[in-house]
Design a protein around this ligand. Structure first.
Ligand code: COA
Length: 189
């Protein structure tokens, strides 16, 4: 059965999956990433394949996928969002991590972490900070992002197009360390 969030199990730890490859995604992956998203949302596959096709062809978005034995088993998006000009409040224009999903069969094997680290590295190669928003009730995601250095900024914000239950959204930020090496992995922005 699909659920939006993984159940929170802080005591469980999986064994890493070194054979899985985490790489930049492309339009050719949209079919499989759309399937994963549709399953998670409990919605028609065509709808999500279409969303991912449109998203990947827009240069404000960047896709990273995890592949195992030729099958896409996870994906993560990063997007340049403009909440300031589109009616939001409390959240700046900038690069946001905008969705990560790992197939239930390979969760807790380090793929969510790798998909997120790769997007962070990509964004911080050309920006000073990266944001993400999360439901307070999504404890698994909060622990994962906290482990990579994200810190809470505010719960008083609105990001057009992103809906949380009352007071449930948290805006988090990760800043580039001043002494970090800058590797230009992505020249898109
Ligand atoms: C959140 C999600 C992407 C994590 O993917 P994953 O590949 O299972 O995560 P990882 O194995 O890389 O976990 C890294 C760390 O995150 C934390 N974590 C991940 N899942 C967790 C869970 N279910 N319960 C508690 N902590 C969890 C742990 O600290 C974990 O390290 P550990 O396994 O050494 O304890 C996955 O559960 C998922 O697809 N959930 C549904 C979609 C979702 O909620 N996306 C995030 C929206 S903001």
């Amino acid at each position: 059965m699909h659920t939006l969030f993984a159940s929170y199990e802080p005591e469980a730890h999986g064994i890493p999956l070194p054979d899985a490859v985490v790489r930049p995604g492309s339009a050719q992956d949209a079919e499989q990433t759309g399937r994963l998203a549709a399953y998670r949302e409990g919605e028609p596959t065509e709808r999500w394949v279409g969303i991912h096709h449109r998203k990947v062809s827009n240069e404000d978005n960047c896709l990273v996928v995890a592949e195992l034995d030729g099958r896409v088993v996870g994906f993560g998006w990063a997007s340049y969002l403009r909440p300031v000009e589109s009616g939001g409040h409390g959240a700046p224009d900038g690069w946001y991590l905008s969705g990560v999903v790992v197939d239930e069969s390979v969760r807790r094997r380090g793929l969510g972490l790798r998909l997120t680290q790769q997007r962070i590295d990509c964004i911080l190669s050309h920006a000073d900070e990266v944001y993400y928003v999360v439901a307070a009730s999504n404890r698994a995601s909060r622990d994962l992002h906290a482990a990579l250095g994200f810190e809470e900024v505010t719960r008083d914000f609105a990001l057009p197009g992103v809906v949380f239950g009352a007071g449930d959204g948290i805006l988090c930020r990760l800043r580039r360390r001043p002494d970090a090496d800058v590797v230009d992995l992505d020249t898109r922005r």
